[in-house]
Design a protein around this ligand. Structure first.
Ligand SMILES: Nc1ncnc2c1ncn2[C@@H]1O[C@H](COP(=O)(O)OP(=O)(O)OP(=O)(O)O)[C@@H](O)[C@H]1O
Ligand SMILES: [Mg+2]
Length: 360
């Protein structure tokens, strides 16, 4: 393997030397006449060429073509064109075998501004990672479409039936149908709200509006809400261990986190649900424990993924709850994990730094 060029970068007190062979991306360097002067290990792996390409003309050894079959090196016209041109943005190109690569180029000029191109540095990335991402997007679209279709099918079915045969149903039958339609419309609204949260989390657009939040009081309020909705009061226990620091958090998001974890403990767990709030060195830790089957250790990382639901499928969830909870916790600078609760069952525990008024 030909050694790549050594790159030296000087900092205040150290000289850092990087060998191009250590780079995770493929790098090929051509000189002022288009001859390959360096190729790194990753480039050889991605393109299938050997290090004997050094000294040969770039387009002869790497005949890249674009989507339309055009010769990339020719249209790149590295040594011609505008003298202020310094780079060619990444694009998708193909080698003769049909293998797709993402290729970008940088033109090194001497002098740097407006000079002749003395080197062309080409970077290569495997397009498989991008293809995987696209596939996961396609999966997402089909999952969302499916999740939206089932409640809408029921809304459409019941309303059409009621409109066509209104007089044939008793009031009670009509009520049951309308209640189903109502619940399904709520499901669609909830799903869309969740999807908007997911998209904010994924694009980093989630905003945290901090204020002083009394975490135990919020937990109490969420419990009261569930009791008011008909669940037995003795099902919930709130335990506050020690003195908490002043917490600057986003109250609505804390409610959302607690609401989701409590809902899961009730829906997927069993027995008493205990919320433990305790101080940690730099903030607060909240654990939500139940006495159900718990989450198997090998599934611990999976439960936080989008649309993942174990046996939750039968329980009407969409599998977005914990993904959103994790996103909300992390947006506060916190972390969340799941383990076995002391008395069996699941324990979801999140910790959050106390935050400050101006802490983003
Ligand atoms: N307390 C728990 N005990 C056992 N399993 C749980 C618990 N909480 C979550 N899970 C498992 O993790 C899966 C993912 O949870 P998540 O909250 O993300 O989705 P969901 O509750 O199924 O749907 P959604 O919250 O979107 O309505 C659940 O389907 C369930 O299998
Ligand atoms: Mg849930």
């Amino acid at each position: 393997m030909v050694r790549g060029e050594q790159t030296h970068r000087r900092s205040a007190d150290a000289v850092c030397s990087i060998d191009v062979d250590d780079l995770p991306e493929g790098v090929i360097v051509a000189d002022a006449r288009g001859r390959v002067v360096a190729v790194n290990r990753a480039a050889c792996r991605l393109t299938g060429v050997d290090d004997d390409v050094v000294g040969k003309h770039f387009p002869d050894v790497l005949p890249f073509r674009d989507d339309d079959g055009r010769d990339w090196w020719k249209w790149l016209d590295a040594y011609g064109g505008l003298r202020i041109r310094s780079r060619q943005p990444e694009c998708s190109l193909y080698l003769p075998g049909g293998h797709e690569l993402l290729v970008a180029a940088r033109f090194v000029r001497r002098p740097a501004r407006g000079g002749d191109v003395v080197r062309v540095v080409v970077t290569l990335r495997d397009a498989a990672a991008r293809a995987r991402l696209e596939r996961s997007r396609a999966d997402l679209v089909s999952t969302v479409a499916h999740e939206l279709r089932s409640p809408l099918t029921s809304v459409k079915g019941f309303t059409a039936t009621l409109l066509a045969k209104w007089d044939r149903f008793t009031d009670d039958q009509k009520r049951v149908m309308l209640e189903t339609v109502n619940a399904d419309a709520d499901r669609v609204t909830r799903l869309i709200t969740e999807l908007l949260d997911v998209s904010r989390i994924e694009s980093g657009r989630l905003q945290i509006h901090r204020q002083v939040v009394d975490v135990p009081a919020r937990a109490r309020k969420i419990i009261e809400g569930r009791v008011a909705a008909g669940e037995p009061e003795e099902r919930f226990r709130l335990q506050v261990d020690g003195e908490l620091p002043e917490m600057w958090l986003d109250q609505d998001k804390i409610d959302q986190i607690l609401g989701n974890l409590l809902e899961n403990a009730v829906r997927h767990g069993r027995g008493t649900v205990t919320i433990v709030v305790e101080p940690v060195e730099w903030g607060v830790a909240v654990s939500v424990r139940d006495q159900g089957e718990g989450v198997a250790p090998e599934l611990a990382s999976r439960v936080f993924r989008q649309f993942w639901r174990g046996n939750g499928r039968r329980r009407g969830g969409t599998g977005l709850g914990l993904f959103i909870v994790k996103g909300l916790v992390e947006a506060h600078g916190g972390t969340i994990s799941v383990q076995r609760a002391p008395g069996g069952g699941a324990e979801f525990r999140f910790t959050m730094p106390a935050g400050t008024p101006d802490f983003g």
